[in-house]
Unconditional design. Sequence first.
Length: 246
Amino acid sequence: MTPEAQAVLERVTGLDWYHTIDLPHGVTTPGYVDHRAQVALYGLPDDMRGLRALDVATYDGFWAFEMERRGAEVTAIDLESLAQCDFPRRFRHHAVDYQTGAAFQVAHELLGSRVERKVMSVYDLSPATVGTFDVVFLSDLLLHLRDPALALENVCAVTAPAGFAIVAEPYNVDLDRFGGLPLSQFGFEQAVGWWQHSVATLKTMMWAAGFDNVEETARFRLNCRAAIPLIKVVLRGSCPIVAPGQ
Ligand SMILES: C[S@@+](CC[C@H](N)C(=O)[O-])C[C@H]1O[C@@H](n2cnc3c(N)ncnc32)[C@H](O)[C@@H]1O
């Protein structure tokens, strides 16, 4: 191993990585989720030069860095600590004060990234707080939220009129078998899981949030170390209504 690679490895070691991220000098972070081979399934434009992009719930920043690599000017938001997640009251003792930005900052520095990370909840996203974006990216977040419908309303509000949002979430394969009914199940086995939706529910929520066009672009099993398989759907919402009532 070169001294440069050794120096990068020393920065990476000891952090709890959520994302597998390729860093300079051939070093890769030992992530819980490895999106690398599945990026094409999310339908990001190859060329994002000149676009403003928002990564909602960025964690270690994999998607923010990917959009930046494609040329976008990227803003990323996340909570300060995992302890601020929407824990059901019964499970609040599971809350751990893990700083979500710790690994992000290391990757950001090592990649020489210019992504702007803001500490902000999806519940506080609005044109007044962050402006509007050509591409809004949200992945693996709604299942952790008490109020996914409000989150999608805010995502729609910050999507520029000619822009679009990519919403990529796990769905419940069993609920999906009921003829396209928008069914959802309350509760997950994990302490921060609130809802399991059918694809029809996710599509209906995106429409209700204000996207006139909602298209499904992919379904696949997330490449991660979870004990249960996480099957995801990728939805693309466009034509956001400008103001409620329109
Ligand atoms: C399962 S990870 C998903 C990370 C990344 N989006 C991905 O697809 O790989 C969930 C992330 O959601 C963040 N999160 C949870 N509640 C949030 C909220 N209310 N607003 C913003 N981020 C939130 C967590 O801090 C964590 O970074």
